[in-house]
Design a protein around this ligand. Structure first.
Ligand code: PMM
Length: 293
């Protein structure tokens, strides 16, 4: 699929997991997950991202057979309904089965570090590959949330993504099939996420489209914490995520964003439309310099 577009595409999340932080357990059987995906499709999702492994901080990994059983039938069902599907996996075996079931995109939160064979599998299928910035599996990723070098988190993430691009290219994935992602919340403290969002231009100048996944994440909950310091619960972070989508779609980060990965597709599409309409008017002006009463 094309990785160029003017406004961000909206990718809807279909987590077929018992334990994802944002929607864990709600869609953990095939029928419920397909029904959820179909709702997101009807709401206008450009891509449906189907995942069978929770990556919330501290999560333990499913067995490969469990992950296959979760995602493959859901992907097949959604592809049959006409959806463009990405598979959210770090495993070559799961990516291969998902591509055979009709997925077009491999969304690998480890950027090829967890299972390097996934790159050759993606290349062989001619699929699009999303490489997210990642340092370690979820059970210990927060031990790696340190960015003490010059340029802090932004330059570290940029350099580490550039290394991944080299590996992805040498495995045979075409440059126009690569998408990069800052990996918000993965080995990041809240302020690291905000710095990355403000400086997406530094990641964009690596020359690849960007995907951003901020929806319902803890750094938004922390921003919205009440007087007692407790983060705002997951289900009450949507408005903050929408504000962020609007800013990104309006170009506030100084770089175009190719795609936003979200849970509430319809609302985020509305935000993208507002931003697109705003952008279309910026610079157009009334022409005569007069101010209407
Ligand atoms: N975040 C999660 C899972 N997969 N994929 C990409 N490319 N980027 C992300 O930020 C990302 C991801 C974790 O969030 P979830 O539990 O809401 O799915």
């Amino acid at each position: 699929m094309s990785t160029t577009s003017a406004a961000p595409l909206v990718m809807g999340v279909v987590n077929v997991t018992p334990d994802s932080f944002s929607d864990g357990g709600r869609y953990d059987d095939t029928d419920r997950a397909v029904a959820h995906g179909l709702r997101l499709l009807a709401d206008g999702a450009d891509i449906l991202d189907v995942g069978g492994e929770s990556t919330r901080p501290g999560a333990t990994r499913p067995l490969v057979g469990e992950e296959l059983d979760r995602v493959v039938p859901v992907i097949a069902g959604l592809v049959a309904a006409g959806a463009r599907v990405s598979v959210d996996t770090m495993r070559a075996e799961v990516a291969e089965a998902a591509l055979a079931a009709g997925a077009e995109i491999v969304n690998d939160v480890s950027g090829g570090l967890a299972d390097p064979e996934i790159l050759a599998v993606t290349a062989a299928a001619g699929a699009t590959y999303v490489a997210m910035h990642w340092r370690a599996h979820s059970d210990r990723m927060q031990d790696f949330a340190r960015y003490d070098g010059p340029g802090g988190v932004v330059e570290a993430v940029r350099a580490e993504l550039a290394d991944r691009v080299a590996a992805i290219r040498s495995a045979g994935v075409a440059a126009e099939r690569i998408v990069l992602d800052p990996g918000l919340g993965f080995a990041k403290q809240p302020e690291h996420n905000w710095e990355l969002l403000r400086r997406l231009d530094r990641l964009a100048d690596l020359g690849f489209p960007l995907l951003v996944g901020a929806s319902r994440k803890t750094f938004l909950g922390r921003l919205l914490a009440g007087p007692d310091g407790a983060p705002r619960p997951t289900g009450e972070r949507e408005a903050a995520g929408l504000a962020l989508t609007t800013l990104l779609a309006a170009g506030a980060a100084g770089a175009p964003v190719w795609c936003v990965r979200v849970h509430a597709v319809r609302d985020h599409l509305d935000a993208v439309r507002v931003a697109r309409h705003w952008r279309a008017g910026v610079g157009a002006g009334s022409g005569d310099g007069k101010v209407e009463p």
